[in-house]
Write a new protein. Sequence first.
Lengths: 315, 370
Amino acid sequence: MPALVEVERLTKSFGRVRALSEVSFSVEEGEVLGFLGPNGAGKTTTIRILLGLLHGDGGTAKIGGHDCWTDHARASRFFGATLEQPGFYGFLSGRDNLRQFARMLGRVDEKQITDLLDLVGMTERADDKVKGYSMGMRQRLALAQALLGKPRLLVLDEPTNGLDPNGIHGLRILLRNLATDQGLTIFFSSHLLSEVEELCDRVVVLHRGEVKASGPLSELMNVKGFRYRIDVSDVEKALPIVRAVDGARAEPGTIKDSINVTADHDLARQINHALVSAGVGVDQLVRTEQGLEDVYIQLTGVPVDSPLSSPAAPQ
Amino acid sequence: MSLVLSLIRNEFEKTWRSRWIVFAVLGGLFLLIAGGLYIYYVHLENRWTPQAPVAWQTQLRDQIRANQQEVVNLEQVKQQSQGGGTVRVGGRGGGDLTLDQAIAQAKQAISDDQYLIDHDIAPVQSFAIAQAALFALGGIVMFLLVRIFGWLASEQIAGERSDRTITILLSRPPSRNQVLFAKTIASFLISLVVVLLTLLIVFAMFAFWFGSPGSLTDQAGVAIDGAKPLGPGNLLQMPVWLFVLMLIGAAMLGVLCVQGMSLLISVLTGRWAAIGTTLALLFGAPLVSAVVAGILFLISGSQDSSHFLTYLFFNVLAPVGSVAPALGNTIAVAGSGINQFVTEVETLAIWTLGFFLAAFLLFRRRQEAG
C-alpha cells in the first residue's frame, strides 16, 4: 500500500536562500510522524508545499497519490490542517467560522460542528466572536477546523503554540486518541521534543533544509551510544580530563556540580579512572537514558532553542 | 457548481457581518439627503405634495414658443447691429457664437422639437426614471459608490492574507479559480443591489419632483452623434426601460472594471497596501485627468480637446456621462451621443477583461509563503 504522504527529493529556494534541499520522507497510513527541526529548518515550508500554498522548485510532494500543487483539489480531500498562528474571521463566532470552512468542503454538518467544538473544549465560547479568543482558544478552534469533514490525515504545524501546560497535556491526549481510536494519520511539526517523544511513532529531523535522520523513535534513540551524568567535586577541573578520554564528549550538566558525557561506546571505567587519578572527587557516575534531545543535538549540532538555531530561510 | 454557490454564500456572509456598518451609513446618508431635499422643495414650492405632472408634449411646445421668441429677439439684435456681433451660449460645447449661428441653432432646436412631437418621440429627460438613471448612475452618488466598491474589492484576497485565513482558504478543495470567481460574483452582486437600491431612491425623488413616476414603455430619443443636430438620421429611438437598462449596464461595467483593478491589486499585496493603492488610484486619477484637461483647455481654448481623457478607464462613469448631454433636444456637443457611448463601453470592457485576466492568472501562480 502506498504511503499517504510521499515527499521525494523536494527542493525549494526563496531567492538565493535554499530552504529545502532534496527532502524525502513518507508518512504511512495510521502513523503519527513528528517533524522536528530548529527554527528555519524548513518545516513550515515543507508543510506549506503539502497544503498547496507553495510549490517546490524540484522533486514531488504527494498526498493520497495526488500532487499537492497540480492536483490540489484531490490531494486536499485527504487532509485537514492547521498552520502556526491560525487565522480566523475575527468578526464571526467560532461556530460561524467552522460553518464557513465546512461550506468549502461542500456542506455544513451542524452536528459535526457541535461535536468538534465539544471535542476541543470550546462549547462554552463557541458563539463568542473570535476576536476575543486567546491564542490557546484559537489553536483549539484550528484543530476543530482541521477535523472538519473527517480527514484521513491531520497536518499540524506547531499545534501547541500558545497553549498552557494543561492545554498541551489535553491536546496530547486528544491526538493520541484520534490516532489510536479513529486510526487518523497525524503529521505534525514541533519544537517541543517531549511532545514528539510521547506522541510519535516515527520522527523526521530536518536541519537547514536537509533531512538529518528519519525513522522509528526507538531506533533513533538506541543507536546513538551512551550517556552518563557524573557528579564531581570540581566541574572546571573535571571537564578537560573527561574530554581527553578518547571518544568522550562532555559538557557541564544542568544539575549543580555535574557534567554530562556522551560516548559511542561504554567508557564508564576509563572516565572514572581518569578523574580519580587526577584527584577529582567522583560522588557518583550514573548511566542515563539517551533522550530525543540528545539525538537532536547530535544530529543538528544545535542545542534545543539555542540562539544559534538561526533561520536559514523565510518560513 | 454547488461548491461555488457555497463560496458565494460565504462571501455574502463575510461582507455583511464585517461591513454592515458601511451599508448602514450609506442608507443613513441617502435618507438624510432625501429628507433635506424634501425640506428644500417644501420651502421652494411652498407645498407639501408633488405638483401636477406636465405632459412632455406641453413642455416641448413651451420650448418651441420660447425658441421662436428667441429667434425674433436675435433677428432684432441683428438688424440693430447691422448683421454683426456675437452671443455667448452655455453648456459643455458652449462658447461665443455669431448671431447667425445662434439663430440657426435656435431654429434647429424648433425643428427638432417639432420632429419629436410629430413622431411621438419624447426627449429622454421627460421621464423621471431616465433622469434618475442619469443622475444616480453617472453623477456624484455613483462616483462615491464606485470608490466604496473598489475599497471592498481590494480587501477580497489581501484581507484574507492579512487575517491569515488564506491558508485555510487555499488548502481546502475549491480551486483558486473557484475562490476568485466566487469573490468576483459576490462583490458584483452586492454592488448591483446597492446601485439598484440607490437608483430606486433617486427615482422616487424624481418621481415626486415630476409629479408622476412616468411611463416605462414610451419611446424616447437620443442623438446618435452628439456633435450633429438631432433629427431624422441622427436619432436613436428606444423604449424608456431599454434606455434605463442600458445605463445600468454601463454603470455596472464601470463598477466591474474598478472591482477587477482592485482584485488585481488585492492578489498582489496585503490589506493596507491594497486599500491604499486602490483608493490612491481611484481618487488620484480623476485629479490628474482634471489637471491635464485644464492644461489642454488653456492651450487650445476648447473643452472638446480633452475629451479623449475619458478613454482612460478611470472615468468609469464616462459612458453614462456621454449620453447625458445628448438627450433629445439639447445643444449638440462633441464627444457625446450613442456612438460615443458605444466606444466608451468598448474601451471599458477591454480594461475590465484585462484586469480580471491578470488577476486570475497571477492568483493561480501566486505562492503564499506566509
